[in-house]
Design a protein around this ligand. Structure first.
Ligand SMILES: NC(=O)c1ccc[n+]([C@@H]2O[C@H](COP(=O)([O-])OP(=O)(O)OC[C@H]3O[C@@H](n4cnc5c(N)ncnc54)[C@H](OP(=O)(O)O)[C@@H]3O)[C@@H](O)[C@H]2O)c1
Length: 309
């Protein structure tokens, strides 16, 4: 019997790769749309890649034809050169409209915890606008809102560990009392695939089973990687300045205002019962040799990956 095709945005990226893995493990067929179809393809023949073609909706619709489900991870972390939150939102709307025109039955969309259309942080406001566009599309949808997503290929947690390895003095932004409930990337991927098979539309947070204050989170990482560092409470504006300084040295955008403010406003937490199974503390123990051993660059990953490869 002919198997129905699933399409995943960014199968060669972070969360998209895990969703692709999960679908393939279940014997489902996958193709991907990506900014870089020529990136190294870890799935070989099993996953064909096409360009997003946001500027050519007919071509994008043709790519999406024959697909039952679209798994959407597309978004940008910050405004950079011609890439911006506004453009990412308008591209997302093009993608959703093309999916509907192509006859896609359901869209599983990766959002973030606590998005809001009224938010003064463009990242969270844009994520809420993406959700709104999806709800108004007229297709079945599943919106999954993860907190901080941890895994081997993650950037943020890895670079926190890198900072702890590299420097004797590590900043804690503000009081450090705000919380994180990190969710494992493979748990998020399996929740996404389960929702793709659930009839109707759903909205759910994706959260791990452990809650830490940010200060506890840093202490846990330092303990596991066996680093005796001093922690120093600093203001958020000094945090941004420090991030810019480190970013200048490593030629990357290390931390954005939206990420820092989102964290400090407890946006990476949820009141929902945890649905991720993997404990960050256990995963950290198993990955303590690897985590933070090298800096992971967002700019290299998305813009200069040929140079970095
Ligand atoms: N990582 C987290 O901790 C976390 C937490 C909460 C929510 N989320 C949400 O989860 C989704 C996926 O995140 P991810 O970390 O897995 O991202 P990712 O792999 O880095 O990117 C996902 C997709 O967006 C494209 N993309 C990213 N930045 C781009 C840019 N500047 N210009 C053009 N295309 C760009 C990627 O292009 P390529 O195909 O070329 O790679 C890929 O198709 C996002 O919507 C994000 O908001 C992530």
């Amino acid at each position: 019997m002919h198997k129905l095709m699933n399409i995943v945005t960014g199968s060669f990226g972070y969360i998209g790769k895990y969703i692709t893995n999960e679908l393939l493990a279940q014997g489902r067929e996958v193709k991907t749309v990506t900014t870089h179809p020529d990136k190294p393809n870890p799935f070989g023949e099993k996953v064909q890649a096409a360009h997003y073609n946001f500027n050519n909706p007919e071509k994008l619709t043709a790519t999406l034809e024959g697909c039952e489900t679209l798994f959407n991870t597309y978004w940008v972390r910050f405004n950079y050169r011609q890439w911006s939150f506004d453009q990412a939102l308008s591209n997302t709307k093009i993608l959703f409209n093309c999916a509907r025109d192509a006859g896609v039955k359901k869209i599983v969309h990766i959002s973030v915890t606590n998005p809001s259309e009224e938010d003064d942080l463009p990242y969270y406001r844009g994520k809420a606008m993406q959700e709104k566009a999806l709800r108004e599309l007229g297709l079945d949808y599943a919106i999954l809102r993860p907190t901080l997503v941890f895994g081997r290929e993650d950037i943020l947690v890895n670079n926190i560990a890198w900072t702890i390895r590299k420097f004797p003095l590590v900043p804690i932004f503000g009081s450090g009392e705000y919380q994180v409930q990190p969710v494992f990337v493979a748990d998020l991927a399996s929740l996404a695939v389960v929702l793709s098979q659930t009839p109707g539309s759903q909205t759910s947070d994706a959260i791990g089973p452990e809650t830490f204050t940010y200060e506890e989170f840093l202490h846990l990482i330092a303990r596991e990687i066996n680093r005796k560092v001093h922690f120093m409470n600093i203001s958020s504006s000094l945090g941004i300045l420090l991030g810019k300084l480190i970013g200048w040295v490593v030629k990357d955008v290390v931390l954005t205002k939206d990420e820092l403010q989102g964290l400090m406003r407890n946006k990476l937490t949820s009141t929902q019962e945890p649905n991720g199974k993997t404990l960050f503390s256990s995963w950290l123990r198993d990955n303590k040799q690897h985590i933070g051993s090298e800096y992971t660059s967002e700019l290299n990953r998305h813009f200069y990956w040929q140079r970095a490869a």
